[in-house]
Design a protein around this ligand. Structure first.
Ligand code: NAD
Ligand code: ZN
Length: 361
């Protein structure tokens, strides 16, 4: 399957299939790039997949070098960026060379930022290996790294030339990481596609078993939705904000728990249930829809409960105010009118949030 991201002369394809890693070299051959390239990966992914990726590139006539970092969010740093620059220069990558990001969102965001800035920008190809990165972070061109002061504070909009989603790579993903990706998949149903949401309700048991056909269609549909949204609003001046459904409270929960307790998908699972409850109060989202949303996250094995004491609630508010523009006690939310339809920029009084979070305790 193939999904196009429509961005004029920067348009690109997302290929979704089994066994794609073996075609990495031949697919890159079609892009008209130079011979030298670098694969950037991490310490979990490289031992599993780098050999196949390197062999495929070599077979197609490329001259690849492998650069790896310790797995984990802490590698998404300026220190890693510096280390990449040094290695790229050492291997004499030049303007026509390219970078392949082989890994999850951490690798994709880091490698993409390096590609955006090395020699003022060289081509890059995304080979996402987590469900989260296949349906979300590898598509859309947001790249960047973290600072001590916060996540994703340095970055760019820089689109890849190609995205290869090899479904087979998901087999080795730990269950918790896999479920975390499902939180973004469910998000697409809520914000954009009621029939997709209903399909997810029907097919969740298959998806949890990583059934290949169920996965392929869900990943393709997720990428189509993201491509459609990004095609209309690449730099988030409006519509793209709908992709942040559940993320205001989600990011807040990640921040106050020191990014250790929750995976991203777990935090936005709670965040989306909270946003659904808020939507019921502010936009009249039917009770029945709120219950369907709660139930689907629960059936995916994602958390839908949270219990905050007064101190934690205070820190959550502080984190949310840093994350989003707040004026006179109001914060802007993406809220749902019904499953499949959301509105962004909805002003919500901060006073509504503690009682809503109480319904999740
Ligand atoms: P990740 O890259 O840390 O991967 C999660 C874990 O799974 C890591 O330990 C990794 O080594 C391991 N792993 C990856 N692929 C594997 C495989 N096939 N088999 C076994 N283990 C594997 O995390 P993630 O959830 O993919 O991405 C999270 C990051 O993505 C965050 O930094 C977040 O900010 C970023 N993000 C970016 C965007 C965007 O638009 N750019 C969107 C969402 C999230
Ligand atoms: Zn997200």
């Amino acid at each position: 399957r193939s999904v196009n991201v429509p961005l004029g002369n920067r348009s690109y394809n997302i290929l979704i299939d089994r066994n794609l890693l073996k075609s990495l070299g031949s697919e890159c051959s079609k892009l008209g790039l130079g011979q030298r390239c670098a694969i950037i990966s991490d310490s979990n992914v490289a031992p599993k997949f780098a050999k196949t990726a390197l062999a495929s590139l070599k077979k197609a006539g490329f001259d690849p070098v492998l650069i790896t970092f310790p797995a984990g969010e802490s590698s998404k740093s300026l220190k890693s960026v510096q280390s990449c620059y040094d290695q790229l220069a050492k291997h004499r990558l030049e303007r026509k060379s390219f970078i392949v990001a082989l890994g999850g969102g951490v690798v994709g965001d880091l490698a993409g930022f390096v590609a955006a800035t090395y020699l003022r920008g060289i081509a890059f190809v995304q080979v996402p290996t987590t469900l989260l990165s296949q349906v979300d972070s590898s598509v859309g061109g947001k790249v960047g790294v973290n600072l001590k002061a916060g996540k994703n504070l340095v970055g760019a909009f820089y689109q890849p030339r190609l995205v290869l989603c090899d479904l087979d790579t998901l087999n080795t993903l730990p269950l918790r990481e896999y479920r975390s990706g499902l939180a973004e998949v469910i998000k697409y149903g809520i914000i954009y596609d009621a029939p997709m949401f209903a399909d997810l309700e029907r097919n969740m048991p298959k998806l949890l078993k990583r059934d290949i056909n169920a996965l392929a269609s869900v990943i393709a549909r997720s990428c189509e939705i993201k491509a459609d949204v990004v095609g209309q609003d690449e730099t988030e001046s409006g519509l793209r904000a709908i992709l942040n459904f559940g993320h205001t409270i989600g990011h807040g929960l990640e921040a106050i728990s020191g990014y250790g307790k929750y995976l991203h998908g777990e935090a936005i699972s709670i965040g989306q249930v909270a946003a659904a409850e808020l939507s019921a109060q502010v936009l009249g989202l039917p009770r029945e829809d709120v219950d369907r949303i709660r139930k689907l996250f629960k059936r995916s094995g994602l958390p839908i409960k949270v219990k905050l004491n007064a101190g934690q609630m205070k820190r959550l508010f502080a984190a949310m105010m840093l994350d989003k523009k707040v004026s006179s006690g109001e914060i802007k939310f993406v809220l749902a009118e019904k499953i499949g339809r959301v509105a962004f920029g909805q002003k919500v009084s901060m006073d509504l949030i503690p009682p809503v979070l109480k319904t999740l305790s």
